[in-house]
Each structure stands twice: as structure tokens, then as C-alpha cells.
Design a protein around this ligand. Sequence first.
Ligand SMILES: Nc1ncnc2c1ncn2[C@@H]1O[C@H](COP(=O)(O)OP(=O)(O)O)[C@@H](O)[C@H]1O
Ligand SMILES: [Mg+2]
Length: 353
Amino acid sequence: MAVSRETVLEALAKVALPDGGDLVSRDLVRALVVEDGAVRFVLEAEDQKMAEILAPVRTTAQQAVEALDGVTRVSVALTAHGPAPKAPSLKIGRHPAQQPGKQVLPEVGSIIAIGSGKGGVGKSTVASNLAVALARQGLRVGLLDADIYGPSQPRMMGVNKRPSSPDGKRIIPPKAHGVTMISIGLMLKGEDDAVIWRGPMLMGALQQLLTQVEWGQLDVMIIDMPPGTGDIQLTLCTKFEVRGAIVVSTPQDVALLDARKALRAFQTLKTPVLGLIENMSTYICPKCGHEEHIFGDGGVRVEAERQGLTFLGELPLSVDIRLASDGGVPVAATDSPAAAAYQRIAQRLIDQL
Ligand SMILES: Nc1ncnc2c1ncn2[C@@H]1O[C@H](COP(=O)(O)OP(=O)(O)O)[C@@H](O)[C@H]1O
Ligand SMILES: [Mg+2]
């Protein structure tokens, strides 16, 4: 019989750490995937010192899982955030408040909203990868999943533990891949729980996530927006000082039409548009290397030029990007051509700021 997730976690809870506790109680296991008999997960170290402690533990963990009945294959990755930079290597500085009447979060340098008109164009994928890419550049980054109806950041960032709240008010956010993150999805019971909320509750939830979460000092906070131009966008952009929005689109005409609507909405709300990103630009066949423009060619770059907006870059349609997101380790956290594409976009964004 194939092994279950619970059995794997039980085994990992028996793997002790030299400085006390075990892998599960210390919350070091991320992105656990159990498929048939194949098990993979990530041990995430806060810093280099913790990574050194975890190196031998990783072997013990691997052996403990391999010893379970029904396990055919185990892969354990160990990731470490570099030494926490004392001052961010790339200062982008706090943006002076420019939008009168809007609330400023004292600890957050710049809030950046990732929006689009359409669902499924890759906003959440871009949000998580951009957050990770910025963190790899040495910035202190937060990621807020504001897609209250379809939160996807817990899965994409490989975080599934409910955040703690010592006094029932403050919320302590988890950290993954160098990014401090929160999602309404973490407050729900399971990933599949659907949320049926009315407008005012929704806005309350967003405000709570922005103001009650202990974000700490952040250079940027990336907000993964729900599709379209609804209540969440309205609340965020009218109540809070948002440094700017990034609009994601595929090159396809229908997606571009919706992207234009999103652009207009941000402009109406007096939220500057920092740039456009083209996702699923081109597909390169892994077998023969043939390049295919499945959703059209270069449409978003042309649109950016037409509107006098910055084109931040393009990302290929790649199975690596999807598998990485589904596995809870954004591709930007790896060393791959897709990660390099995200680094280029992150750099252009920093230049913009
Ligand atoms: N560049 C890409 N290559 C391959 N798959 C992608 C890419 N961008 C997004 N995806 C996949 O497409 C699906 C929708 O992406 P998602 O980021 O959830 O979109 P949205 O947040 O706009 O609804 C996800 O399964 C995601 O893994
Ligand atoms: Mg999404």
C-alpha cells in the first residue's frame, strides 16, 4: 500500500535536532509531496548556521522515510537563506507618501500589487517567484495572498501550517524561501475549503492581513491580487498607499483586453502602473527545441509601448515553472533558465523603484 502523508510526518517528527525539538515541532519541513510511493520535501533553514546543523539531520530524515513501508523513492532538499543582510545590499529606500488620505504601513517600504484582468494568466506564479527573486537580491520581502476566493500561495510557497497568534490579535507570519508570507488560505482548514464571504468581511480580512500581521521591516510587500477589478482592488488602492501595480498578461488578445481593463482600473484609482509582464510568452519543446508562440507573439510588449508603460519582461511557458509551483518551491529559488528570467525582471523592477 502506498504510504500516506501522515505516516511520513510521523516519521519526521521522530527525527530529533541536536539543539532540541524535532523536524516537525520546529516547523522545518516544507513542500511535502507524497505521490504513490515517491516522497519529496524540503528542509528549510533560517540561516547558514541552521543549514550546517541540518546537513546531517537531512540524511537521518531521508533514511527514516526510506525505511517506511510503501516508500519507493525519497528526495530531500535542504535550502538555506543566505546570512541575513544587516542592511539590504540594494537599498530602494522608503517611498515618500504621495497619495493623500491613504494609510501607510510604517514598516513597509513599498507595496506592490500584482494584478491582471483575467484568472489563470499566472499572477500568483509571478507573485511568488518575483517575491523570491527580490529576496535573493537581498531585499526584505513580504508576500500577501489577497486572492481570498482562490488563495494559491500556501501551495506555491510550500507552507501549510496555520500561523500562530499569541494574543488572538497579532498574527505571526511564516517565512519560506526567504520571504515572509501570509495567505487567507493559511487561516482556513484545508486547501480545498471554498470561501463564501460578503464584501465587507472580505475587506476586513484584507485590512487584518495588512495591519495585524507582524511583518517586521520590509523593503517591499508583493500582493497577489484576485482576478478582475473588484472589492479587494478597490479597498487596497483607495485605503492604502500602494507604490504601484504590475499587470500580468499572456500575449493572447482576450487576455490583453482584460489586462487593459485592469490597467484602466489602477489608473482610475490613482495607483501608478510600474510595468507589464508577459507570461507564457513562448513554448520551447523540451524534445526538439522548437519554439512555438502558443498565445501569440510579443503582444504585451507592444501593448506596453502603446501605453507608454515599462515592459518588465517575459516568461516562457515552461513545465518547470508549473511543477516548481505545484511542488511548493518556486522556480526562482532554483538555478535554472526560468530563475534567471525572474532575476532579470526583479532587477528591472528595482531599477524602476
Ligand atoms: N510560465 C508558466 N509556465 C507554465 N505554467 C504556468 C506558467 N505560469 C503559470 N503557470 C501555471 O498556470 C496555472 C495558473 O497560474 P496562476 O499563477 O495560478 O494564475 P492566476 O493567479 O493568474 O490565476 C498554474 O497551474 C500555474 O502553475
Ligand atoms: Mg491567483
